[in-house]
Design a protein around this ligand. Structure first.
Ligand code: 9MR
Length: 406
């Protein structure tokens, strides 16, 4: 009992101490270098190493009780994904192939990885944003292509991991801020050049989803992030510094719709998405984009803690997003904890909820293969532990039965 109370207190502490930055605001610069509402389940597109004896995709949704692969267990419900880094391929390839059938590059498609300052400046017309993939990005893309694993692209418009020169005259750090008109052209070229390079160098890569905009809103809702440079003041957005309104969001989706491969579904992705004011911000923008025919889904990052939110708070947000008629994807699930049994229950609750609503949920991604490589490794937030050990959370998730759904 004492342990439980202590664990709850810890959880609340961890949550509140994380709140302002939980979620990512890093100044780190790494330049070194269902899919649309009309397409519904059952999902039968698991192309990678799927053991067809596990699930008969033509039958009704069914969870195999005995399975030792996460992706096989849930393959008639949704894609089961992980984020990976390039080095994860060296250490974990076999493990990734066994458990996951969707991959998100953890950092390697972010603006600070693929926007190239020198080439953009040298191009000389102030608007043709140049995109270059470094070896790490290439390694992940090739791994996905070679192994026929569909990719979730992440991300174009983000306040974080985006260099300030992208918003300045001549693509130079010492330039003045550009106008919205110039920025529109840069944004279009950024998105166009990215999709063109992907198609040219990885013609067999299946890109099934892309986070067009990420973390647009204040951590607890209340509108867009405040204008500024995240590289100077954590949490601020250069996008809202350049644009007086939401046109950068509408335009980003317009360009993504124009240049993304037709099967690639376009997402608005955010964290703390279960905080009611933020749920509303995300929902309202998604509906605006939906009315314009520009969006396919809402991404719930789902960086959770065993102390917050509880499953009913999370479910309320999920239901609101599902009521949009758009696809929903759980895009970055991890659950920090100081009690592995509570964590196991929380993971089971989320997987059960997702499987029970798989009509509207096409993909569930955990944010990392195992605790050791997690961005929150201090609180062991994943399904697998050191040396890929199967944690209680993994076992609970694998024990979900058809009768648990609903
Ligand atoms: O997991 C990513 C970590 O390696 C990076 O240091 C961090 C820096 O911004 O970004 C992490 O990924 C974030 C994701 O892109 C967006 N949502 C929050 C994730 C965790 O911070």
């Amino acid at each position: 009992m004492k342990k439980r109370i202590l664990s709850c207190v810890m959880a609340v502490f961890v949550y509140f101490s994380l709140m302002p930055f939980t979620v990512t605001e890093s100044t780190e610069n790494k330049t070194d270098n269902k899919i649309s509402s009309q397409t519904k389940k059952p999902q039968v597109t698991d192309t990678q190493n799927n053991d067809s004896s596990v699930i008969d995709s033509s039958s009704e949704l069914n969870i195999p009780e005995f399975s030792d692969s996460l992706k096989d267990k849930f393959s008639s419900f949704f894609k089961t994904g992980t984020c990976i880094s390039a080095s994860g391929i060296d250490t974990s390839a076999e493990f990734i192939l066994k458990h996951f059938n969707s991959i998100t590059p953890e950092n390697e498609l972010k603006p600070d990885y693929i926007l190239n300052q020198q080439a953009s400046e040298l191009y000389g017309n102030n608007v043709n944003t140049q995109v270059v993939f470094n070896n790490n990005t290439r390694k992940i893309l090739k791994f996905c292509e070679d192994n026929n694993i569909p990719l979730r692209g992440h991300t174009f418009v983000w306040h974080s991991q985006t260099p300030d020169w992208f918003f300045k005259e001549n693509f130079r750090y010492d330039g003045a801020d550009v106008t919205p008109d110039i920025m529109n052209q840069r944004l279009e070229n950024f998105i166009k050049n990215t999709f063109e390079l992907l198609a040219k160098d990885y013609p067999n890569l299946k890109i099934y989803a892309y986070d067009v905009c990420n973390e647009l809103y204040e951590n607890n809702g209340g509108g867009f992030r405040k204008p500024g440079s995240n590289n100077l003041e954590m949490g601020k957005s250069y996008w809202t510094k350049i644009y007086p309104d939401d046109s950068f969001v509408i335009n980003a989706f317009t360009y993504a719709r124009k240049y993304a491969p037709p099967e690639c579904k376009l997402f608005l992705n955010d964290f703390n998405e279960y905080v009611p004011a933020k749920t509303k911000d995300i929902y309202d923008m998604a509906m605006k984009l939906k009315d314009l025919g520009l969006i396919d889904g809402i991404g719930m990052q789902s960086h959770l803690d065993t102390g917050y939110p509880d499953i009913s708070t999370y479910k309320t947000a999920l239901e609101k997003f599902m009521s949009s008629g758009l696809d929903v994807q759980i895009t970055e699930l991890d659950i920090t904890c100081s009690d592995f049994s509570l964590q196991a229950k929380a993971f089971k609750d989320i997987f059960t909820l997702a499987a029970g609503n798989s009509e509207n949920i096409s993909s569930l991604t955990v944010w990392g293969t195992h605790d050791t490589v997690s961005w929150r490794n201090y609180a062991n937030p994943l399904l697998f532990g050191e040396n890929y050990s199967e944690k209680e959370a993994y076992k609970e998730v694998m024990s979900i039965k058809n009768t648990d759904l609903k």
